[in-house]
Design a protein around this ligand. Structure first.
Ligand code: TEU
Ligand code: CA
Length: 536
């Protein structure tokens, strides 16, 4: 397989509204991100996935774009964006922009024109019907909104302020590619593509993800924009199986570098249920089965994969699958070792590297996220108690990932000189913050730093195949093997001691969150023990 820069990279996701506030208005901004590049360079990451910073009414915190080629005032201006690109590139850090082209904001000029003038060319950039069908929005309620002026309904799989684009329209597609080239010409490092597997939808047949023309559109996009450049492209594809992931990421496909698959995230809720019917106990055997399928199908084929626990839509991994009490630090290191030593490009979500946790939300008034607020309103209307609703939101709501980054133990956790206006700082910031992490050689930060560094140099991480070992349910152990090297990775994904035995000897410790036994033939793994060794 031809090596590309993103095979050895670790990507860091920044959610701009809550990363760092430079102008003291309580909201994160581009200058704030630029001020933290030295910290990110110290962590060792070589690319930042920047969640949307474009002009937006912020109905969905920027995933509702009103102008793709302008910067939202709350984040700064285009000069600030160019400074960030320049300063990041100086540090060997690429900026991966968030491409949201399944839908725009209803305040985008295209939709304003489409709505006000039914015979405009822009009308067909969106999806209009005389009558709605039973398609549901992911943010609760119908996926159709009536436009009084024309009497027609337009499709929106997210909020009604996020009308879906009609990818069957070739003029629209070309306008998207032109916009992508505008950003490529600015020297970005690639694109993360928001719900990209929805652009082939056929609403009249109820087809949403994985529509029949999806891969044709992506190949066309590749040829018309990033395909000619050395860029990382990662699709957010909730509907991707490993087989489909291979389709996108096989270099011969000329589609994407990789995708985000979500089968493992599906373990956070009951089977075939909405996310709010949560499961807070991790089914480790199910997780092993999912990763084994990814690693062997994609590992052996020409495909490539992403590796993640967290992003801005997901609960903090320590709060749902790790430990938040005395074992918080150890479980964070264990989960990092488990994930980062598999085959793929790892993604670190802001705050994950210092073990940030969910926020103790008490009432709906503390929330910001439209998805949670719409769910709460619909669930209450259906008679669900506020207690049950808050239990779900407290565990799995998206705001948990969006509270301000915790930089130090001063007021507002060093995120801002002002009270944070849109989400509160987690009260545990006095203990969990970057300053404490950097001062403690045994912190989670240095485990992540070591894993990022390892990926840059260890070819076995890129080329090695993957063999899952048959172990106790809550022990996740695998071997990475190249023709002349083999590495064992062992993780106790539980709060209890587990037995482990392996017929082999090691002569070199790669990384560990505990003392590594010399004799592997009969080992008692304490809670969250994790280690990797090179096998003789
Ligand atoms: O997320 C896609 C998406 O559907 C998620 O919102 C996820 O399905 C949901 O949170 C789980 O219930 C992308 C962005 O990552 C998300 O932030 C946006 O809200 C959404 O698309 C619309 O752009
Ligand atoms: Ca600000």
């Amino acid at each position: 397989m031809e090596k590309r820069w993103w095979h050895k990279a670790t990507i860091y996701q920044v959610y701009p509204k809550s990363f760092a506030d430079a102008n003291g208005d309580g909201i994160g901004d581009l200058k704030g991100i630029t001020s933290k590049l030295d910290y990110l360079q110290d962590l060792g990451i070589t690319a930042i996935w920047l969640s949307p910073v474009y002009d937006s009414p912020m109905d969905d915190n920027g995933y509702d774009i009103a102008n793709y080629e302008a910067i939202a005032e709350m984040f700064g201006d285009m000069n600030d964006m160019e400074v960030l690109l320049d300063e990041a590139n100086k540090r060997g850090i690429r900026i991966i922009m968030d491409l949201v082209v399944n839908h725009t904001s209803d305040e985008h000029a295209w939709f304003v024109e489409a709505r006000s003038n039914p015979s405009s060319p822009e009308r067909d950039y969106y999806i209009w019907r005389d009558e709605p069908n039973d398609l549901e929005s992911i943010f609760s309620g119908s996926a159709w909104e009536k436009d009084e002026a024309s009497g027609q309904y337009y499709l929106h799989f997210f909020s009604k302020k996020q009308p879906d684009l009609n990818w069957e329209n070739a003029d629209l597609r070309q306008k998207i590619y032109d916009m992508m080239n505008f950003w490529i010409d600015k020297g970005i490092g690639g694109f993360r593509m928001d719900v990209i597997d929805m652009i082939g939808k056929i609403p009249d047949q109820g087809i949403v993800n994985n529509g029949p023309k999806l891969h044709d559109y992506i190949k066309e996009m590749n040829a018309a924009s990033f395909g000619k450049h050395d860029l990382l492209t990662v699709g957010e594809t909730w509907g991707a199986t490993p087989e489909i992931a291979q389709l996108y990421s096989n270099p011969d496909s000329n589609e994407l570098s990789m995708v985000f698959q979500f089968e493992h995230i599906g373990l956070q809720h009951k089977p075939d249920a909405p996310k709010w019917d949560f499961e807070d106990e991790l089914d480790v055997p199910a997780l092993k089965k999912i990763f084994n399928k990814w690693q062997t199908e994609l590992g052996l084929g020409q495909g490539w994969n992403s590796l993640f626990w967290n992003n801005h839509d997901l609960p903090r991994v320590l709060s749902i699958w790790g430990a938040t009490g005395p074992n918080r630090v150890k479980s964070a290191k264990a989960l990092a070792i488990l994930l980062h030593l598999m085959r793929g490009t790892p993604y670190i979500y802001q705050g994950e590297e210092i073990g940030m946790t969910n926020y103790p939300f008490n009432s709906l008034s503390e929330l910001d996220d439209i998805e949670s607020l719409n769910y709460a309103r619909e669930a209450q209307a259906n008679g669900q108690s506020i207690g049950q609703i808050m239990d779900s939101i407290r565990l799995i709501g998206r705001d948990n990932a969006r509270t301000p980054m915790q930089w130090d133990d001063t007021k507002n956790a060093g995120f801002s000189s002002a009270e944070t206006t849109w989400l509160p700082v987690n009260p545990n910031y006095k203990d969990i913050n970057v300053k404490n992490a950097l001062a403690d050689q045994d912190s989670i930060f240095y485990t992540y730093q070591a894993l990022v560094q390892l990926r840059k140099n260890a070819d076995w991480l890129i080329d090695g195949d993957f063999e899952l070992l048959d172990t106790a349910d809550k022990v996740f152990a695998y071997i990475r093997r190249t023709p002349n090297e083999a590495y064992l990775i062992v993780v106790n994904v539980s709060d209890e001691a587990q037995d482990f035995s392996f017929n082999g000897t090691s002569d070199e410790i790669v990384i560990a969150n505990t003392a590594v036994p010399g004799d592997l033939s009969k080992v008692t793994l304490e809670a969250w023990d994790a280690f990797s060794v090179k096998l003789v």
